[in-house]
Write a protein of this length. Structure first.
Length: 342
């Protein structure tokens, strides 16, 4: 009798544990708040995308949790990326840092305290295009003007690993463009303010962000797109020259392709901490994918002039792993350009 009772209790406990495991998958997010940690300042492109995602993604998650955005600036979003890597793996923290930091990891950047292969990637809302935009006050109206400039053009940047810092370094090395990179800004919104105040001449970052957050300047002629740095020209600026067409050597082309083109697809990727339960990873990946197709979300993006050309989590993961397969010779060349010698 005792043996039968013990077996019955074991069966009941096993049944309860399975039922308890199913409940969190379906009900875990009810009444919860999910934090989206953005590695850049409010008012920039990363912030704009993240706040739109936060407004719409919750209704695609069972339990309808609230999503909030927190800006955690520092070191070109390294602070946010390093934080995410150590954050609780409970599915309540999503990170949004610049994906090109993965390239910094590959090059051995000592400020990187994460392994990009271990994040659980949710996806990216857009595969970015990069443009350098300068103010009218800079006196540079074309790429030819820039090549002929008698003094270096001052560009604002954040830190190595951020595309507003990496792109100028690549262009200076590959095309010998006369430029001076001034780093330490907390985000592209701060670079814009500095450019409008005449402290810098402009900067290089994603076209989606420039077109949206600096739209009035572009429309008024106070700001102009001077050069783009893309595998193919952006469809809406076909007359803006493309940097790769001015690369005169094979090494210059490698610098542009590996240093800018390769990481551009995953610049705005969203991720979860390593070790997040797979059931919650799958749930949030599906919610992210559904958000990218949501009619209200897409209408908001169109109104904000923010492009949507998404990647799924597995697609981002594949891009990350492909970067790790880069030829060692190319890695060494890029490292020489992108990691400053202090």
């Amino acid at each position: 009798m005792l043996k039968t009772t013990a077996v019955l209790i074991s069966v009941l406990l096993l049944s309860a544990s399975h039922s308890g495991a199913a409940i969190p998958d379906q009900e875990f997010y009810k009444g919860k708040t999910i934090r989206i940690i953005v590695g850049f300042a409010a008012g920039g492109g990363f912030d704009a995308y993240a706040r739109s995602v936060a407004r719409h993604m919750g209704r695609h998650i069972a339990g309808n949790p609230v999503l909030i955005v927190e800006n955690m600036t520092g070191a070109g979003s390294r602070v946010a990326a390093n934080y995410l890597f150590r954050a609780p793996a409970d599915g309540l923290i999503i990170g949004n840092f610049i994906g090109s930091l993965v390239l910094q990891q590959i090059m051995g950047d000592k400020g990187i305290e994460f392994d990009g292969r271990k994040f659980e990637w949710l996806g990216a809302p857009v595969q970015d295009e990069t443009v350098c935009a300068l103010t009218k006050a800079s006196g540079i109206n074309s790429l030819d003007d820039w090549f002929a400039a008698k003094k270096p053009v001052k560009l604002g940047g954040e830190a190595p690993g951020a595309n507003d810092s990496d792109v100028p370094r690549v262009l200076k090395a590959a095309l010998n463009l006369p430029l001076q990179l001034i780093e330490g800004f907390k985000g592209t919104s701060h670079i814009r303010i500095a450019a409008e105040a005449g402290e810098v001449d402009g900067g290089c970052w994603t076209w989606a962000s420039i077109r949206t957050t600096w739209g009035k300047g572009l429309e008024s002629g106070l700001v102009k797109a001077i050069v783009q740095v893309n595998p193919r020209k952006a469809a809406d600026i076909p007359n803006v020259p493309n940097a790769i067409d001015y690369a005169k050597t094979a090494e210059a082309k490698v610098l542009i392709e590996s240093g800018v083109h390769a990481p551009s697809a995953i610049l705005r990727a969203y991720a979860l901490p390593p070790g997040t339960p797979k059931s919650r990873v799958n749930l949030l990946q599906n919610a992210f994918n559904a958000t990218m197709k949501d009619s209200e979300f897409l209408a908001e993006m169109k109104k904000s002039k923010l492009e949507i050309n998404p990647l799924t989590g597995p697609e981002v993961d594949a891009f990350v792993r492909k970067l790790f397969q880069m030829d060692a010779t190319n890695v060494a060349k890029i490292k020489e350009v992108l990691i400053p010698k202090n």
